[in-house]
Ligand binder design. Structure first.
Ligand code: NAG
Ligand code: NAG
Ligand code: NAG
Ligand code: NAG
Ligand code: NAG
Length: 423
């Protein structure tokens, strides 16, 4: 009986904990139309992703009229990203806590500070509990310039969204960033061991354009090293024109990830090729000190950093990462050792696999984001992805994990059932 509890209930409870953890700032703000512009730019600058993967944070939102004054200044998206990242405090402040700040004021680090883009302490915000119940926000060393208006949403103590009346002023954050559009992507690749890939990209105007347009909002490229790409060329040349473009787009992610961010960012990611039903996802997974990137077809390792300069990061990989949308597992190199459970790859990291039945149910544990991600994306995926999950002995339980709510119901039922068996 105990075995049953350990093998069924524990993973389900773990899953529950993970499901509830994932807040989604886009969704939280969606029910507040007067913040739609702020919300839109959180998505546009990819700050939403950054916010969602953190806990204990406070987002200081401004309403549409304030946003419209800000955006009318003609900032580039990367400058806008810096400005808005100053509005994400790396601590949890809801209305109650704001009014109880010890000693009347506190310095909060922001996402702007955390990205390393802020020199000195320019990425800190001074919060002051003023007389008469007012709470002021200002730059470190300056007077309060914005004021707390009202709480918007809170998931204690993970995320609090509050309204402030003005944008926080910061010369550093609003300074022009080096024009990313001027970065010579293929030049950087060619000079650092990814010349063959750069040539394929240059020969494809559609993909070249997509890459150039994406840099500004942040982009990470996983380009195959020359040896790997050379070996792959016959297969590449065999693809139709639209598939060539999709393949090239697939190797870039529309978010900037430094190596440190990749290491703390396990899970599936959309790529430049992702378009509705065409998922073209890749999965980042840490393997000790190495970062690996996977699809259901193969796994590649990052072997070199060509550039890491926000908003652009380019890494070289030891092999060519293959999207399952274009290639069949059987048609490619010697596939991963266990090809049968196609989706096992979401869960199996090589090491813990020896834990007998545990290998499979790791589905629930390793990458908090992967399940919620899969779930929200699943309409496009259709039945195939989820059906594949349910291969092992726990087929019944695992299958249901496809939907968070179903998972919750099932685990509660199991919990009840098992506790009554125990008695
Ligand atoms: C907050 O995040 C933690 C994990 O960091 C999680 O365990 C908890 O369930 C989350 N709380 C809510 C209410 O989502
Ligand atoms: C967050 O919510 C938005 C809107 O509901 C959705 O489009 C997006 O995919 C969600 N993000 C994640 C990571 O679940
Ligand atoms: C915040 O600013 C006020 C003046 O506006 C200052 O008196 C206070 O010391 C500052 N707090 C911190 C923690 O720097
Ligand atoms: C980019 O770099 C390559 C190789 O260094 C060079 O040939 C090309 O002219 C550069 N393109 C631009 C637009 O600067
Ligand atoms: C090219 O495509 C044809 C038809 O789909 C296939 O038979 C052939 O094996 C492919 N060649 C390579 C190198 O993949």
């Amino acid at each position: 009986m105990r075995r049953i509890i350990i093998s069924y209930i524990v993973p389900l409870l773990l899953l529950l904990a993970i499901e509830t953890h994932a807040h989604n700032v886009t969704r939280l703000l969606a029910s507040h139309p007067s913040f739609s512009s702020f919300n839109h730019f959180l998505t546009q600058t990819h700050l939403a992703d950054e916010i969602n993967r953190r806990t204990t944070i406070t987002v200081c939102a401004v309403d549409n009229s304030v946003m419209s004054a800000l955006t009318s200044k003609g900032y580039t998206i990367s400058t806008l990203k810096n400005i808005l990242s100053l509005h994400v405090l790396l601590d949890y402040f809801d209305a109650k806590k704001l009014h109880q700040i010890r000693d009347g004021s506190a310095l909060a680090a922001t996402l702007f500070q955390a990205t390393g883009a802020a020199p000195g302490t320019t990425g800190f915000v001074n919060i002051t509990d003023l007389k008469g119940g007012k709470v002021g926000f200002g730059p470190d060393g300056g007077d309060p310039s914005s004021f707390f208006v009202k709480p918007i949403e809170a998931v204690p103590y993970n995320i609090s969204i509050i309204q402030i009346n003005k944008v926080l002023p910061s010369e550093t954050a609003s300074a022009p960033t080096p024009a990313p559009a001027e970065m010579n992507i293929t030049g950087i690749m060619s000079a650092h061991g990814c010349k063959v890939f750069a040539e394929a990209l240059l020969a494809n105007p559609g993909a070249t354009k997509t890459y150039q347009e994406s840099v500004e909002g942040g982009m990470t490229v996983f380009c195959p090293g020359d040896d790997a790409m050379k070996g792959f060329l016959p297969k590449y040349k065999n693809l139709t024109a639209p598939k060539k473009e999709a393949f090239l787009d697939f190797l870039a992610v529309p978010t900037y990830y430094s190596m440190a961010m990749l290491k703390s960012n396990n899970g599936p990611m959309n790529t430049l090729a992702t378009d509705g039903a065409n998922k073209y996802e890749l999965t980042v997974q840490n393997d000790g000190e190495k970062v690996t990137i996977r699809t259901r077809i193969n796994t590649v390792k990052i072997i070199d950093t060509l550039i890491d300069d926000q908003p652009l990061a380019i890494y070289a990989t030891d092999k060519v990462l293959l999207p399952r949308e274009l290639f069949k597992a059987s048609a490619v190199e010697a596939p991963a050792p266990a090809p049968a459970p196609e989706d096992g790859d979401v869960a199996d990291s090589p090491k813990p696999a020896k834990g007998k039945a545990k290998g499979k149910k790791k589905k629930a544990a390793p990458s908090p984001d992967s399940d919620s991600y899969d779930e929200s994306d699943s309409p496009a995926e259709g039945p195939d992805g989820d059906a594949d999950d349910a291969t092992a002995d726990e087929a019944g339980a695992v299958r249901i994990i496809g939907g968070a709510k179903a998972g919750l119901v099932v685990s509660l039922i199991c919990l009840f059932a098992s506790s009554s068996w125990l008695l």
